[in-house]
Design a protein around this ligand. Structure first.
Ligand code: ATP
Ligand code: MG
Length: 413
């Protein structure tokens, strides 16, 4: 993409009321725009990152056997009354339709996914299966000051699984744990993310949160370094030893909840009378699990983890572009390189803008944070070289023009 064509620009000044680092960095670099507290537009660069995170998650959900659907965001009051959550779900956005009936904007989708699954399933032969969606959720959050970390409107992946028995749910749940760990690793958050024990409700002793260490986190977790797992704050009050090795040596740390998985048991199937006939023709309650990931919160988390005083440093897998190609008054030669790199399939942001100093271009490149930067200048052309630098390091390398593509291939798959 040519930067001269990008309708957004980087900005130096941002509103003082935007106090969170992730929102400041993303707004300055032109990834998002704020419309109101907890309400943001994803601009072209930001949407590229969001889509990359989404695609990684989709691949992994498909590998778990999840079938993708898109459920409505507008939900009638009746389904929330069925589960007794109309008055009990925190932060539900409620509204009245022109038919004078009440509705809620979807904050989570057990109330939609359960009766949906019920329509297509009445026998053990139809089970198990799982459905998921990537969807905008709405929550009337009281504190919406943490940028993308706590939106009033935000993107979530939610998967719901349906089983004949607790054992079948347990098996699936274990697979989901592994898949979740794989997702955070692919997003560059593997080392900083801990599977965290949380209290489980009526149907299991524990549920699990996935918590990424960060000083910007709103949660406190208690890490067992031996088992590489953690316990959340509520559970440490109930149980102050590691659930895996019983060690008392737990380290407190701030963290961001980037996902969670939950054995729902029959909580929702009971409410909707969602039963199936087993092999002997007996009617039984369907057993369910729910599995969430905060996609836009993950984007904020990556920014909180990967940055320096100059801006964002995107991990390659989620970077808006792998390469930022900067022309310093040498558009003709840079244009050739841009075309070559595109032909090979590299994703390139090409700073072809006129009338900007090299300093301004380099500042923008640091703010935007693509992993690899190339500079084409008069001096480079004379020596038949291109300047190469990783965003995460300060060293500069001069690469022979003819070796450029092979050199990049070492880094960009
Ligand atoms: P929190 O305790 O942070 O409010 P939650 O327990 O309400 O989270 P869930 O209802 O389980 O979260 O939602 C699933 C995932 O969606 C969470 O793990 C989190 O990553 C993300 N999420 C929840 N609320 C928000 C929000 N307001 N903005 C962005 N992401 C969110
Ligand atoms: Mg919440």
């Amino acid at each position: 993409m040519r930067q001269s064509q990008l309708f957004t620009k980087t900005s130096k000044e941002i509103s003082k009321e935007e106090t969170s680092f992730n929102a400041q960095a993303l707004i300055r670099a032109g990834f998002i725009d704020k419309l109101g507290a907890g309400i943001y537009t994803f601009l072209p660069l930001g949407l590229r990152v969001l889509s990359k995170i989404t695609n990684i998650i989709k691949e992994e959900m498909n590998s778990l056997g999840g079938q993708e659907v898109l459920m409505p965001a507008l939900t009638p009051k009746s389904v929330w009354e069925t589960t007794d959550r109309w008055d009990n779900f925190d932060a539900l956005f409620k509204l009245v339709g022109s038919d004078s009936r009440e509705y809620a904007l979807g904050a989570t989708h057990e109330e939609v996914s359960t009766p949906l699954a019920q329509k297509f399933c009445n026998s053990y032969k139809n089970l198990p299966f799982s459905i998921y969606q990537i969807q905008t959720k709405f929550r009337n959050e009281k504190r919406a000051k943490a940028g993308l970390m706590r939106g009033r409107e935000f993107l979530m992946k939610d998967l719901y699984s349906f089983h004949t028995s607790q054992e079948d749910l347990d098996n699936y749940y274990q697979k989901a744990q592994k898949v979740y760990s794989d997702i955070y690793s692919k997003l560059g958050l593997g080392d900083a993310t801990y599977m965290t024990y949380a209290s489980g409700g009526a149907f299991s002793k524990y549920s699990h949160e996935f918590q990424t260490l960060s000083d910007a986190g709103e949660d406190l977790i208690y890490i067992c370094d031996k088992c590489k797992i953690a316990i959340n704050k509520e559970i440490i009050e109930e149980q102050d030893v590691c659930p895996e090795c019983s060690s008392k040596e737990l380290r407190e740390a701030k963290a961001i909840e980037v996902g969670n998985i939950f054995k729902l048991g029959t909580r929702f199937s009971k409410a909707f009378n969602f039963n199936y006939l087993d092999k002997d023709g007996l009617s039984k309650e369907v057993v369910m699990g729910a599995y969430g990931i905060g996609i836009s919160r993950l984007m904020a988390t990556i920014v909180e983890v990967y940055n320096d005083d100059k801006g964002i440093i995107w991990p390659l897998n989620v970077a808006p572009f792998a390469v930022h190609l900067i022309s310093f008054n040498q558009n003709e030669e840079a244009e050739k390189i841009y075309k070559e790199l595109n032909n090979v399939g590299f994703e390139v942001l090409f700073d072809d803008r006129d009338s900007l100093s090299l300093g301004q271009k380099l500042n923008d490149a640091d703010l935007i944070g693509c992993p690899y930067r190339l500079i084409v200048s008069q001096k480079n052309i004379e020596s038949e070289q291109v300047e190469f630098k990783k965003r995460s390091e300060s060293d500069i390398e001069m690469i022979k023009r003819e070796d450029l593509i092979n050199h990049l291939k070492n880094y960009v798959k």
